[in-house]
Design a protein around this ligand. Structure first.
Ligand code: ADP
Length: 162
């Protein structure tokens, strides 16, 4: 069985992420979307909340599983015996960072963990979780960027009276 890991912060999941997940799910027998528990970042949503939103928004994709991990991605990849990482690329700005990460992961894993890039669908090229959160903080419309259940969850974090 060919499996791949799609790791990320997913704080929260956007239509851009969902597009990558759907396309990856058509290429692999199994896609494991894994939420990184990064102690250095202060996320808007807890890992549990992010996992739940991913589970709800991918429930129609039967070969997609949701998980979480902390620590080095290559250690996680080895622990679940999946040597392929998927990452999404939006623009040149993503490229430099992603290239460095991909090469680092190859070195750290002695060439056993490789990264596969999927380029964003054009309609989502502008989308990012941080952009969505910034708009939501000012009570702007985020329905173009996230599914309704994610929109509701974000609205609860930024109540109108705040
Ligand atoms: P990070 O893991 O860098 O904190 P995210 O959790 O936001 O980033 O994203 C996880 C992955 O999804 C990354 O590879 C990122 O480039 C990709 N991604 C984010 N937004 C989009 C989008 N709109 N279209 C395609 N890929 C995206």
């Amino acid at each position: 069985m060919k499996s791949a890991i799609y790791p990320g912060s997913f704080d929260p999941v956007t239509y851009g992420h969902l597009d990558i997940i759907k396309r990856a799910s058509e290429m692999f027998d199994e896609v494991i979307v894994s939420v990184l528990d990064n102690k250095k970042k202060t996320p808007l949503f807890s890992v549990e909340e992010r996992v739940k939103m991913l589970e709800e928004t991918t429930k129609d994709l039967t070969n997609v599983k949701i998980d979480s991990f902390s620590g080095l991605l290559v250690d996680y990849a080895h622990s679940i015996h999946v040597p392929i990482i998927i990452r999404g690329l939006r623009a040149i700005t993503d490229f430099e960072y992603e290239l460095q990460n991909a090469q680092t992961n190859r070195v750290l894993s002695n060439g056993t963990v490789d990264t596969l890039f999927l380029t964003t669908s054009l309609e989502y090229a502008y989308l990012s979780s941080s952009g969505v959160k910034e708009i939501a903080a000012f009570h702007g419309d985020i329905s173009h960027g996230v599914p309704p259940l994610v929109e509701q969850a974000i609205l609860q974090k930024f109540p109108k009276e705040s």
